[in-house]
Unconditional design. Structure first.
Length: 412
């Protein structure tokens, strides 16, 4: 490669990188409009793993402000206030364990610990927040200057094979349940189980679960479930269904995301898809990095059988790949690209935010909850109206919650 050409490539690379770095949120005109809309909108994020963070960090004080980079905590009450975040769903999350009698008992015990942790964190700080189970309760907490905390159960394994536990969890505040996590369970197939489908959608028990959730007014959440499960739920559920933290497969082909066909069908039945901010679901990794990693695996196929010298060599090559192709976080612009796509596909009434903070979510531009205002900035910048932004931030999801309650009333 000639010297001149090398310089040119370098300059182009530099420009591309600095275009990313130059993404700021300080254009005075946009900033003023965005700040006004952000304050006027009721902001809701429908998926955060704060309870899991709290359980694994027993000294964590949710009423104190934390440094996101030093602690890797992405949510606390002071930062919710800074970010103008009025309400969040805290997840009672369980990674899938054994589907045995003992396993199910353990799931039930762990779910209770998470519920208790949420209720205690709020009870300890009534000046900061309250538990909400309806949009109306959330609005009145906001009027009192407090944050509203909703609860969602992530992984239907939390009920094991006991249908009656749905009512128990409903009474403890849960208003949605994500039917599975990354493995199949007794309710349905997951999007990511390496074993593939087991029930081909909802199991017989899973169908009873959806019916009971409809009766209670608990939202059916299909994030993490397989496509077949999605279609079964859509057909069976009498209330609209939700994806509490998923994105668009058209922008990044991942089984955790929804295809255009699925998004259209979800919207046709009044549902909503809430944008995840986990980088691994938003965009493909740099193909050069993927190729370099594949080449490395080919060069050293059996890691356990390497000599010390080979191991050292491989390690050096691995570090070089990391250096050359750093795995940088996705950007807030990429999140809004997903929103744009869904709005083009089905209009503005079926999309919202479920950032998965403390569960791997957080992008450049919204690394933690304190930066939530940047999302409104980006939406204003792209020409979304105040009315649209209010729908995206909570109007759409609250519409579905109210509809689920209305349906429940007709079933009781
Ligand atoms: Zn999740």
């Amino acid at each position: 490669m000639g010297r001149f050409f090398q310089m040119l490539v370098f300059c182009l690379q530099f420009m591309a990188t600095s275009a990313v770095f130059s993404q700021t949120y300080d254009d005075p005109a946009i900033k003023a409009t965005a700040a006004e809309i952000h304050a006027a909108a009721f902001t809701l994020d429908t998926h955060a793993d704060v309870p899991t963070y709290m359980v694994s960090h027993p000294r964590f004080d949710i009423a104190k402000e934390h440094d996101a980079r030093a602690t890797d905590s992405r949510v606390d009450f002071p930062r919710m206030k800074q970010g103008g975040m009025d309400a969040m769903f805290f997840a009672v999350y369980l990674g899938q364990g054994a589907r045995t009698k003992a396993g199910n008992a353990d799931a039930k015990r762990r779910a209770k610990v998470l519920f208790d942790t949420i209720h205690k964190a709020i009870a300890d700080h009534p000046e900061w927040a309250g538990v909400a189970t309806t949009p109306e309760e959330a609005y009145s907490l906001e009027k009192e200057g407090k944050r509203a905390i909703f609860i969602g159960v992530e992984n239907g394994w939390a009920i094991g094979d006991e249908l009656s536990l749905l009512k128990t969890y409903y009474d403890w505040g849960a208003r949605y349940m994500t039917l599975s996590h990354t493995r199949n369970n007794d309710i349905c197939d997951s999007s990511n189980d390496p074993k593939g489908p087991e029930h081909h959608g909802l199991s017989t028990f899973g169908k009873e679960v959806v019916k009971e959730m409809n009766r209670l007014g608990m939202l059916v959440d299909i994030s993490h479930t397989s496509d077949e499960t999605f279609w079964d739920c859509l057909e069976l559920s009498k209330a609209p269904i939700v994806a509490s933290h998923s994105s668009a497969r058209a922008l990044y082909n991942h089984p955790r995301n929804l295809s255009d066909e699925m998004i259209k069908a979800l919207a046709a039945k009044g549902g909503v898809i809430q944008m995840n901010m986990y980088s691994g679901y938003l965009r493909a990794e740099n193909p050069k990095r993927v190729a370099a990693m594949a080449a490395l695996r080919k060069k050293y196929p059996r890691i356990n059988e390497l000599t010390d010298a080979e191991r050292k060599e491989r390690q050096a090559e691995l570090q070089e790949i990391y250096k050359q192709y750093p795995n940088r976080l996705a950007t807030l612009q990429q999140v809004v690209d997903h929103i744009d796509h869904i709005v083009e596909l089905v209009g503005v009434d079926h999309v919202g935010i479920g950032a998965d903070l403390d569960g791997g979510g957080g992008v450049r531009g919204m690394y933690d909850v304190s930066e939530a205002g940047n999302l409104t900035y980006e939406l204003v910048k792209r020409g979304y109206s105040e009315e649209d932004i209010k729908k995206i931030w909570s109007g759409n999801f609250f519409r579905v919650m109210k509809e689920a309650q209305r349906v429940a009333n007709t079933l009781n």
